[in-house]
Design a protein around this ligand. Structure first.
Ligand code: SF4
Length: 317
């Protein structure tokens, strides 16, 4: 199957990206943000159906995989984004989740970024030894519009997690979080417009207003990409290439670093890890203008940029 220009296969078990862990794949649409789900879109390009939900094979135990020298592929201090082609709290995955929790438990040196549109299921899906939450889990809810923010953030705030965040993506309507940021539990807000088939517009004034609320509460705000259809100063931009979207988001200067997120990570024997023992991300020339840089693990040295550059050199503008 040939992919349209600028579109890559979804990160799933056949495409392991170093900062993504997909223990299962496939999902059930549950809210407005799911309407144009990118996983469904990319599955369609492969003649697959995003409704087919399955446990991944080799991908399931990715955080435990080691290289030839016996070192973990995922380094201490790295952040893994979990279930980017599904939802960690999906009902259909109930039979697989205990094993996934066991993997998260056995890597207390790695940060696990969980994102859900199903916070109402979370309390019943936590492991028995959860207590007040594990230090290495960053729990996030999606708020694609104000309706979902009002519904999901009270649940986010009531659940026992050490680290909490909000993801306004796809950003398809104005979202005000001021009243939720006030008690200091939310440590990060990410926003980005919608992509691919039927993408709904994102407006710069929504991004700016949300950023102002985050700055007032000293909460880190990251504007990662404009989405395919973006309105700014009365002008409509059509941006099918994600690289350009990300560059525009970066150039808008909207991202903001607030209070630091304090992680307490441990080696598998339970000894605290110092900053010096943690992985330090490194970046390349073409990362300089990327909107996702503040939340990125950095380059994995996979060589794909070089291959792309050789095919069509990228010149930052
Ligand atoms: S929850 Fe996420 S992965 Fe599942 S259908 Fe909705 S957008 Fe797609």
């Amino acid at each position: 199957m040939r992919f349209p220009s600028g579109i890559r296969p979804a990160p799933c078990e056949v495409t392991v990206m170093h900062d993504i862990w997909n223990p299962w794949h496939g999902c059930v649409k549950c809210s407005e943000g799911c309407q144009n789900c990118y996983m469904y879109f990319l599955d369609r390009l492969r003649d697959k159906d995003g409704r087919d939900i399955y446990r991944t094979k080799a991908g399931f135990s990715y955080p435990l995989r080691k290289d030839r020298k016996g070192a973990y592929l995922v380094k201490s201090g790295e952040m893994l984004r979990v279930c980017m082609t599904s939802d960690f709290f999906l009902e259909e995955a109930d039979g697989w989740r205990d094993e996934a929790w066991q993997i998260i438990r056995s890597r207390p040196d790695v940060k696990f970024f969980l994102l859900t549109k199903r916070p109402q299921r979370v309390a019943s899906c936590l492991p028995p030894d959860w207590g007040d939450g594990w230090e290495n889990v960053f729990f996030n809810v999606t708020c694609e519009n104000q309706r979902r923010a009002e519904e999901r953030i009270p649940l986010l705030l009531s659940l026992p997690f050490r680290h909490k965040g909000v993801m306004c993506a796809p950003f398809i309507g104005p979202v005000s979080l001021g009243k939720f940021l006030a008690d200091g539990q939310i440590e990060q807000v990410i926003c980005g417009g919608e992509n691919y088939d039927g993408a709904r517009p994102c407006r710069f004034e929504w991004v700016k207003a949300l950023r102002e609320e985050c700055v007032a509460a000293r909460v880190t705000f990251c504007f990662i990409e404009t989405g395919t259809v973006f309105y700014k100063d009365g002008k409509r931009y059509f941006l099918p290439k994600k690289q350009i979207q990300s560059e525009m988001a970066f150039k808008s200067g909207m991202s903001y670093t607030g209070k630091p997120i304090l992680w307490r990570l441990f080696d598998p024997s339970g000894n605290p890890l110092s900053e010096e023992e943690l992985y330090r991300p490194h970046f390349r020339e073409n990362c300089a203008c990327c909107g996702s840089r503040p939340i990125c693990n950095g380059c994995s040295d996979c060589g794909s940029c070089e291959a792309k550059k050789a095919a069509a050199p990228y010149i930052p503008r």
